[in-house]
Write a protein that binds this ligand. Structure first.
Ligand SMILES: [Zn+2]
Length: 164
């Protein structure tokens, strides 16, 4: 299976924090311009990757402090080994990698993220709760880091919290 090509700009490894101003509110366009990336990338950061935007306005604005924290996390990706990239599947009865493109993250009010996905083997819905501060490109369940074809050999210690 051929690997999907990664976009250089959207997937480059490091974003310098140096150009970020101190106490400043950025528009999406300004962030895109700062790093020479597409507006769509910044929207994706906001929509899918946990970049905070300022509430209460129709347009999206990002505070420099939030931008800085977000990019720091982004820069740290690839440092963590994949140990957590599976979710227990109630039907297979083992932890499974979710299929690509089925992972959805939903913000819960208590600072956690509910990750919903579908089992890469049988397609059954899975979910897992992740701390929102861990939910970034460094997280092994994060979309794009999953290979849907890898099967887990099974394992112990997974919560058998399936509800029927
Ligand atoms: Zn399954």
């Amino acid at each position: 299976m051929p690997r999907r090509e990664r976009s250089d700009v959207a997937r480059r490894d490091r974003y310098s924090l140096a150009p970020i101003r101190g106490n400043y509110t950025y528009s999406v366009g300004e962030v895109a311009e700062l790093y020479g990336i597409a507006d769509a990338t910044v929207f994706r950061w906001i929509r899918d990757e946990g970049l905070k935007r300022l509430p209460g306005s129709k347009k999206y604005y990002i505070h420099s402090g939030d931008l800085r924290r977000f990019l720091e996390r982004l820069n740290k990706r690839n440092k963590k080994p994949s140990s957590d990239g599976e979710i227990y599947c109630c039907k297979c009865r083992v932890p499974r990698r979710p299929s690509n493109n089925t992972i959805q993250a939903e913000d819960l009010p208590n600072g956690t993220i509910r990750v919903k996905a579908k089992c890469g083997v049988c397609g059954t819905g899975q979910f897992k709760v992740v701390s929102s501060k861990n939910w970034s490109e460094t997280h092994p369940l994060y979309p794009d880091r999953n290979d849907p074809t890898i099967e887990h050999s099974g394992g112990d210690g997974w919560p058998r919290n399936c509800q029927t």
